[in-house]
Design a protein around this ligand. Sequence first.
Ligand code: SF4
Ligand code: SF4
Length: 114
Amino acid sequence: MSDWKNICKDKDSRPKEQKYKNWKELTPIPISFPDNAMQTGNWRSFRPVLDKEKCTKCGICWLYCPEGTIKQGEDGYYVIDLTYCKGCGICAHECPVGAMEMVTEEEAQESDVE
Ligand code: SF4
Ligand code: SF4
């Protein structure tokens, strides 16, 4: 069985770290990529906020984001492009250490978090 199929197991038995160096190593699966037509606009009600104190830079959030809007920065931490983020919460749900928290857009704008 291809390694990537392990991601379909229940959360506790999945690999805790993704081993792929880049997207070219992934087996073809249905994913979507952002372009201008997929900009979120102002309808999103939640956004993910990363806690760098908890983040282990494992890349699970990058692997699971259906919008392809999470990128790894030069410091190794993962960054969310809110232009395309839909606020679905999958990254927060899949993060093995709870480093991604979903907050309401109102909370985020009041506290000026990104
Ligand atoms: S909330 Fe959804 S769209 Fe936004 S970064 Fe997380 S997984 Fe991607
Ligand atoms: S936010 Fe969570 S899933 Fe994403 S890299 Fe950090 S520890 Fe891994």
